[in-house]
Design a protein around this ligand. Structure first.
Ligand SMILES: [Zn+2]
Length: 146
C-alpha cells in the first residue's frame, strides 16, 4: 500500500450508511468519512490538496537544507551535513574540480537569481567584487550526489 495517496475503506456498516472511510497517505492519523454520492468531487479535491501539501513540505525541506557558505570550511560542513552549499564561485573549472576532490560535492545548479551571497570565491578566495559594486562570480549550489 506504499505510495497510495488515498485509501478508501468500504465496510458493511459504511455501505448501510451510504458512506466510505477515507485515509490520506500524508495524514494517516485522521480518517474521514465521505458520502458515497460526494466521492466523484471529494476525491479529486482531496488529491489536489495532498499534492499541494506534499509540495509545500518538499519545498520547506529543501529551503531548510540550504546553507550559505563563504569558505571551504563552511562548504565542507554544509555538504557533509547533507545540505546544499550556496556559494560564490569564480567560474574557474579548477575551483569546481578542487571542491569535488576535497569534499566529493559537485555543482548542482546555477540559480536564475544571481543575487550575490558573498564577495569571494568559496574555493580560491579570489575577490569577485568589481569597482561598480557588482560581482564577477556566479552564485552556485554544491552538494553531494546520493
Ligand atoms: Zn575560485
Amino acid at each position: 500500500m506504499k505510495g497510495v495517496p488515498v485509501r478508501i475503506e468500504v465496510g458493511p456498516r459504511d455501505l448501510e450508511n451510504g458512506v466510505v472511510t477515507v485515509a490520506r497517505r500524508d495524514d494517516l492519523e485522521n480518517k474521514t468519512t465521505i458520502n458515497v454520492d460526494d466521492l466523484a468531487t471529494a476525491i479529486p479535491a482531496l488529491l489536489a490538496e495532498i499534492q499541494k501539501n506534499m509540495l509545500e513540505k518538499a519545498r520547506a525541506f529543501r529551503d531548510a537544507h540550504i546553507v550559505i557558505t563563504q569558505d571551504m570550511n563552511e562548504l565542507t560542513n554544509a555538504v557533509n551535513g547533507g545540505c546544499f552549499a550556496k556559494a560564490m564561485w569564480c567560474g574557474d573549472r579548477a575551483c569546481e574540480d578542487k571542491v569535488k576532490e576535497l569534499t566529493s560535492a559537485s555543482t548542482r545548479v546555477m540559480p536564475f537569481d544571481q543575487t550575490p551571497v558573498g564577495t569571494k570565491c568559496v574555493c580560491c578566495g579570489k575577490n569577485l567584487l568589481k569597482e561598480d559594486g557588482s560581482t564577477d562570480g556566479k552564485v552556485i549550489y554544491f552538494a553531494k550526489a546520493y
